[in-house]
Design a binder for this molecule. Structure first.
Ligand code: SF4
Length: 321
């Protein structure tokens, strides 16, 4: 596979994994923090899909949500601010066999990590990317983030945020070669789980924005939506996130939305009267960088080295007579 050596291949011992096989250190997020719900969903998914812990890795950047790898009993990399995605791409480049989750926050992804974010979506490598968006820098104690609402007060902008917030879904839907774009909420576990599961099953860069409560600094942001489900609009489709009938009925507002329709997805993302929940867009045909650059070259390691040497030779400085 991928024309790479396979010395990394390991045989996962045959056994039935239970939830505890994925539970790492005790989570130190604040009580009621939405990150707990996302962690539970990923652990449940790993158990339900029987992902071997030794073949699963969680990569994060910096921020409250980026503590995620510590709480999974899998491989993990708690890395540099804004750099979760290039690290995950590096892992994917060499390890096509792994299940890779990327956990990032609105500061980590949508500010310092923006360039990596844009190109990771376009490169469309097989990654499950979870953006835990609480509209605030929580780890650094209440600073305005790119998704903070206009007028939202914080320690860095005490008179209120000056700018309209960046919409991460609209951004991703504007990037060429996007292949899976979804939105869910931390306070509806069935929808959260089903969305992360659909993202994991998609082959490509699956981008999921999770609207995430931060009861410590921004309890007022999502509390009204949590109490009143009519502020959400559930996007339904046979190609969308699969939900049981009783879960669908929890959402009084539902609409048919075909996730193959990019123009409609963009229009849905721009709505400000409701929070659209579900799968905005999916394209199974989008090119994947991990396939194109590795499999597609069809070269052996020595052929690649010879090609690189050939390129260097073009710049050789010839001696003078
Ligand atoms: Fe969660 Fe907010 Fe506490 Fe951070 S500060 S752990 S985001 S509740």
């Amino acid at each position: 596979m991928y024309g790479l050596k396979k010395e990394w291949e390991i045989e996962a011992p045959a056994r039935e994994c239970v939830l505890e096989d994925y539970v790492g250190a005790e989570a130190r997020w604040c009580p009621g923090c939405g990150d707990h719900a996302v962690l539970s969903s990923v652990q449940r998914l790993a158990r339900d899909k029987q992902l071997p812990p030794e073949k699963t890795v969680v990569v994060s950047g910096i921020g409250c949500s980026s503590r995620f790898p510590h709480y999974m009993k899998t491989y993990g990399f708690h890395g540099l601010h804004g750099r979760a995605l290039p690290v995950a791409e590096g892992v994917r480049s060499r390890r096509p066999d792994l299940n890779i989750f990327v956990v990032t926050g609105d500061g980590d992804c949508c500010a310092i990590g923006t360039a990596h974010w844009i190109h990771a979506i376009r490169y469309n490598m097989n990654l499950t990317i979870l953006l835990l968006d609480n509209n605030v820098y929580g780890l650094t104690k209440n600073q305005t983030s790119p998704t903070s609402r206009l007028g939202e007060k914080s320690n860095t902008q005490p008179k209120g945020s000056f700018f309209a917030p960046l919409n991460p879904i609209s951004v991703v839907l504007g990037i060429a070669n996007a292949s899976f774009v979804a939105q869910t909420v931390d306070w509806n576990p069935p929808h959260l789980y089903a969305t992360i599961r659909a993202a994991h099953e998609h082959k490509g860069a699956s981008f999921v924005r999770v609207l995430q409560r931060c009861p410590h600094f921004t309890p007022h942001v999502f509390a009204p939506v949590q109490e009143d489900f009519s502020q959400m609009l559930l996007m339904n489709h046979t190609s969308g996130v699969r939900l049981d009938e009783p879960v669908q009925r929890m959402f009084p507002n539902r609409t048919d939305h075909d996730p193959r329709n990019l123009a409609q997805a963009r229009a849905m993302a721009d709505r400000t009267d409701v929070y659209p929940i579900g799968l905005f867009y999916k394209n199974d045909e989008a090119s994947r960088y991990d396939e194109v650059t590795s499999q597609g070259l069809g070269m052996t390691q020595s052929e690649k080295l010879a090609a690189i040497d050939g390129m260097f030779d073009q710049f050789a400085i010839q001696g003078h007579n």
